[in-house]
Design a protein around this ligand. Sequence first.
Ligand code: NDP
Length: 273
Amino acid sequence: MTKKFAVFGKPIAQSKSPLIHSMFAKEVGIDIDYQAILGNETNVEEDFERFFDHPDALGANVTMPFKENAARWVDSLTDGAKAAEAVNTIIRKDNHFVGDSTDGVGLVSDLLRLDMQIEDRKVLLIGAGGAARGAFSNIINARPAQVDILNRSLDNAQRLSQVCPNEITTCIDQVDKLGCYDLIINATSLSLNNQLPAIDNKHTHNNTCVYDMVYRNEDTVFVAWAKSQGLQNVADGLGMLVGQAAESFYLWLGERPNVDSVIKALRIELQNS
Ligand code: NDP
């Protein structure tokens, strides 16, 4: 039997998930059918039901704007999905559907792949939206020395810090209260509009690592800014995208695909697009 998977979103044509999962499947030698499904905004639950009516449908990814719908639709949530208040991965276990959120695993695995250490480091997390929410507890669990959350709305930063209450997090909405960091993660959508967060080189040192969750077919403005400061370890979020997909693949099929070759292939695909 060909195992069936899908990604639900709106829009969905731009999704890289079918390509990523077909590369994973080829690499581990499993035959899968992975479709991109344009969800119905008024009743995406019906789309989930229709897809999972097929007994060979083993799992799905869910992207914007349906992650909260998926969290309500599944029968149970993992701790990660509860923290994220969103589901990007549905796993069928017999006829029970489990919702998980793999963005945080995707981020932390990519940081470590890039040798951007978190343990004992001073971390600045910029942004407090859905992406930051999905990753916050994974960042804390990686045992940083300090995490400052910089966000335009202090309320949202404070709400984010409650996802995983701890003694090392400070919420900040004014740049003059920032320190100097070993790792800076941009989890805002600013790069999509070619805008920079309001930080400067006072907040970095020679070995600061910089990560932008946004990825594009060329350097994001934040990646370009960090490189222009002479920083060496700088990356965008393409590896996070592949890392979160790899975790979904593992949850469905118990196989861990090699992410390096897929990131390389996707980078070439992006540059040619
Ligand atoms: P949200 O809309 O939930 O959050 C956006 C965040 O950006 C908020 O913190 C918001 O601040 C901040 N922000 C937006 N505009 C401005 C501005 N003009 N000035 C200052 N702050 C601003 O988005 P998500 O959290 O879902 O996604 C953030 C980015 O992460 C997206 O662009 C997405 O591309 C990327 N992403 C990448 C993934 C990957 O796999 N690589 C996975 C998921 C997301 P405020 O709270 O004040 O509104």
